[in-house]
Design a protein around this ligand. Structure first.
Ligand SMILES: [Fe+2]
Length: 387
């Protein structure tokens, strides 16, 4: 039985596009009740605000210098933190001269650029751009960049990282989604146990160390059990779509925790909708909910890379929907991939990076996050940019 209510004027379908702004309001992250509003103005375009924390905000991380970029004993630069969650960027240029053991938190390490060797107690994995590696807390690892110019994003979580197949299990067989059998699992292969090794122990928010007279990442000869450490590529994740337009998270969820404290999405573009306007559209509606969203562009024909955005629960973020367009001839290839991390925790920028935030989030959201030249932005945004 349909539970949806329908009140007032519904100018076109929720997937459609037209003169009104449509905004999706969702509860429980994306897991609860929802209301799709058609409105005259965009709540994501306030004219002023009393505190920058109320607004969505982003930065260009190429201007930042994590200490691991220049010091092998350095660390990633923490950008965002909240209860049980942190997001950091690493530009590690040389191998860790230590192994590391994060006792407090699980990690999703997303390799945005470069090639990397990730040694673990269970064996080694090689990661390339687009791969992510899940490291559970307490597992020892060591990271070595295999080429210059690498960039990795690190998502730390207090709740265990689980496959989102447990989300899809609730709706039965959904083979069109993610084939987790594509994952790579480390296999022990070291011929000896190595020499003296310092293990940097991240415990209770501080860095400590333990020294062994062998290398814990070269010591295990075999293991049996679950794939507690694994690697996949975001390009292994098919974009689920509809015939009419955007399908919001958690449709693109790859990883999550079953307490729903966070989920990690890989959003490729679905094939263009084959339903023309007004029913069909390209792009996402405006949106607000009770989770904070983090976004990174891994690959795009339009948006710059290495920019990170925080879309907080305090204000809707504007969407950008337009009518379906048919590919020009010759077709221009597009490889769009956005990484999205949603969390129940309220995230804050760390003091180290606050100064680097874009001055005007309203205009920067179009040029940096969406990759839309301002001439295509809504009129109020163009007027704002013109001063
Ligand atoms: Fe959103």
């Amino acid at each position: 039985m349909a539970s949806n209510m329908r009140k007032g004027k519904i100018p076109y379908r929720t997937t459609g596009v037209g003169e009104y702004v449509d905004e999706t309001y969702t509860l429980g992250g994306f897991f609860g009740d929802w209301a799709h509003k058609f409105r005259r103005n965009n709540l994501g375009h306030p004219v002023s605000w009393s505190d920058p924390r109320l607004m969505y905000s982003g930065l260009d991380t190429t201007a930042l210098a994590p200490s691991d970029a220049t010091d092998p004993r350095g660390a990633p630069l923490r950008l965002l933190e909240g209860d049980g969650i942190a997001v950091s960027v690493s530009r590690r240029a040389e191998a860790m001269p230590f192994a590391e053991k994060h006792v407090d938190r699980h990690q999703i390490r997303f390799y945005d650029r470069g090639r990397w060797l990730v040694e673990t107690e269970l064996g080694a994995l090689e990661a390339e751009a687009g791969d992510f590696v899940v490291l559970p807390r307490g597992m020892i690892y060591r990271e070595t960049p295999l080429e210059a110019g690498g960039v990795a994003w690190i998502f730390e979580t207090e709740s265990p990282v689980q496959l989102a197949e447990s989300l899809w299990d609730s709706v039965g067989f959904v083979g069109m989604f993610i084939d987790y059998s594509e994952m790579d699992v480390p296999e022990p292969a070291a011929e000896d146990s190595g020499g003296e090794t310092e293990v940097r122990v991240l415990f209770d928010g501080e860095a400590h160390s333990v020294v062994y007279d062998f290398d814990p990442c070269r010591d295990v000869i075999g293991w049996v059990g679950d794939p507690v450490v694994f690697k996949m590529s975001v390009w292994d994740v098919p974009a689920p779509g509809t015939s009419r337009g955007h399908l919001p998270p958690p449709a693109h969820a790859v990883l999550w925790s079953d307490d729903k404290s966070f989920f990690f999405n890989a959003l490729a573009f679905a094939p263009w909708p084959n339903t023309p306007a007004p029913d069909g559209s390209i792009g996402a509606p405006s949106h607000a909910n009770d989770y904070d969203e983090v976004w990174i562009t891994h690959s795009s024909a339009v948006a710059p890379r290495e920019h990170l955005w925080l879309l907080p629960r305090t204000i809707p973020h504007p969407g950008f929907k337009r009518p379906p367009a048919y590919p020009p001839n010759p077709v221009e290839p597009m490889r769009e991939m956005r990484i999205n991390f949603d969390t129940r925790s309220t995230l804050r920028w760390t003091p180290e990076v606050e100064q680097a935030l874009f001055d005007d989030p309203v205009t920067a959201l179009y040029t940096s996050f969406m990759g839309v030249p301002l001439k295509y932005a809504p009129e109020k945004v163009r007027e704002r940019a013109a001063g």
